[in-house]
Design a binder for this molecule. Structure first.
Ligand SMILES: Nc1ncnc2c1ncn2[C@@H]1O[C@H](COP(=O)(O)OP(=O)(O)OP(=O)(O)O)[C@@H](O)[C@H]1O
Length: 237
């Protein structure tokens, strides 16, 4: 298990003219940590901070003790955005060979990650001809190159069928069991139940933090969905 993959102190981010995150403190360790919250609450913004692509106004974001986005982290952090980030005019294998070269990881990694996301049969197909789910899995394969120590996944299962979602969650757990810290945002409440730790965000603040069992117990709810609705309503009151 990785201890303190992420350490955030006093983080402030302004987008447009509005503060999206303000005075945010957060530590993330090993296992699968889920980030949930209403649309626009700042989930993607927080993830962008972790990978060092978001301008910040104040505070610090450290990943494994290094400033987020710094060179030493280049092959230690994998990131999957909501939009597939692979080249449409290349095949899956060509994309992976290209990104492997950029990251300086061996070509043997291509076979490993293509199998991990179950795209072996499609590896020589041009990305532009793939389905939405296949494209997002191709992006995930890129993020897995070099076995990163932290994987940041912004809604990786959107548009996937239940069988594929199940497979991907099994993969996230395998990765976490082997020491990768997995930080994943989701809108899907049954996915929340599968996280070791859940963070509920509202208007840029973390309003609940704990295991799914803790969160349900504290809210005296039967499901995470019910617990979150109660917590959000209480916070809004
Ligand atoms: N490029 C931008 N310029 C200005 N404001 C932005 C920009 N991108 C996002 N925002 C604003 O920042 C806030 C947080 O957005 P963010 O994308 O982090 O939310 P989110 O929780 O990931 O939402 P969703 O679940 O819909 O993806 C929102 O109010 C949004 O309107």
């Amino acid at each position: 298990m990785v201890k303190n993959a992420v350490e955030i102190r006093g983080l402030r981010v302004v987008r447009g003219k509005r503060p999206v995150l303000d005075q945010l403190d957060l530590t993330i360790g090993g296992g699968v940590t889920g980030l949930l919250g209403p649309s626009g609450c700042g989930k993607s913004t927080l993830m962008r901070c972790l990978v060092g692509v978001q301008q910040i106004r104040a505070g610090t974001v450290e990943i494994f003790g290094e400033e987020a986005g710094g060179k030493p982290l280049r092959d230690r952090v994998g990131y999957v955005t909501q939009v597939a980030s692979v080249y449409d005019d290349l095949t899956i294998a060509e994309n992976l060979r290209f990104f492997a070269r950029v990251l300086g990881v061996g070509k043997d990694e291509v076979d490993r990650v293509v199998d991990a996301v179950d795209l072996g049969r499609n590896r020589d197909r041009v990305v532009g001809q793939l389905s939405g789910g296949q494209r997002s899995r191709a992006s995930l394969a890129v993020a897995l190159l070099g076995s990163p120590d932290l994987l940041v996944l912004d809604e990786p299962t959107v548009g996937l069928d239940p069988v594929l979602r199940e497979d991907l969650w099994a993969l996230f757990h395998d990765l976490a069991d082997n020491g990768t810290a997995v930080f994943v945002s989701s809108h899907v409440m049954d996915e929340a139940e599968r996280c070791h730790r859940l963070l509920l965000m509202r208007e840029g603040r973390i309003i609940a933090d704990g295991s799914p069992a803790d969160i349900k117990e504290k809210a005296q709810a039967q499901s995470v969905e019910e617990a979150f609705l109660a917590i959000v309503r209480r916070d809004a009151a």
